[in-house]
Design a protein around this ligand. Sequence first.
Ligand SMILES: [Zn+2]
Ligand SMILES: [Zn+2]
Length: 287
Amino acid sequence: MDVQFWGVRGTFPVARRPASRIGGNTPCAAVTSGAGDVFIIDAGTGIRTLGDALIAGRKTGPLRLSLIFTHFHLDHVQGLPFFAPLLLVDAEIRFYSALDPEDMKGYLGRLMGKPYFPMPFDRTPAAKSFHKIDGAGIGIGSVRISACPLHHPQGSVAYRLEEDGAAVVFATDTEPVADRVDERLAEFAKGASCLVYDAMFTPEEYVSGRQGWGHSTWLEGAKLAKAAGVSNLILSHFNPDHSDRVILGLARRARGIFPATTCAREGLRLTLTPNGPTARGREADRS
Ligand SMILES: [Zn+2]
Ligand SMILES: [Zn+2]
């Protein structure tokens, strides 16, 4: 199972040059199973380049994709109108979230409806279907996907994707529970090869007026990674006001508590094994 990051910025995209190493696109990651099934986590602006790459790399036959939403805040959906596979007549896109399928369909329809976008969602040529991932989880091909609720305004969920004993957990929009590790999330992430975690604020920023905003810190990520016994912690969902230098500093500080910590960045690709990702993940911090 492979994980590749296409957008790692929270809240809104940034285009300034100091963002160039980490990248300025909002959340999108692609997980590819051993059999080649593609699971996309969130449709932030990073999904535009992912869509182009999927089309460029397609083999013969329909392009089949699963697009899984953690929630529907703008930073996680704003790339969808520009996702080129939606325009292919021979693409089959299965949409997943923790919500009722009809609600999800309605949200996406409004996002791409008049007067916000010229091509209505339900008129895009790709074949589309809508599904719910509930507490019991689902199996798609060789991959098992389960969900865990997070502490976030209007709700968000973490997803765990697991294949052949290797697991990645995405927990990108969540607020710490006061004075203790989020035990429900620690249990959910238990033994994962990779935990992708919300590092929006520094601990200093968090206690200076950012409580209740629904986001977390590298410090909570490091404590959670330790409690859950994951192999690697990947910090992500970075603050648009943080420079590359600040972001690389977050991982350095986190390594004081949880040594196997790195920063997500656009283009970072990890091959997951039951014991963690390949060394390519750690190379990110030396670059
Ligand atoms: Zn977000
Ligand atoms: Zn959010």
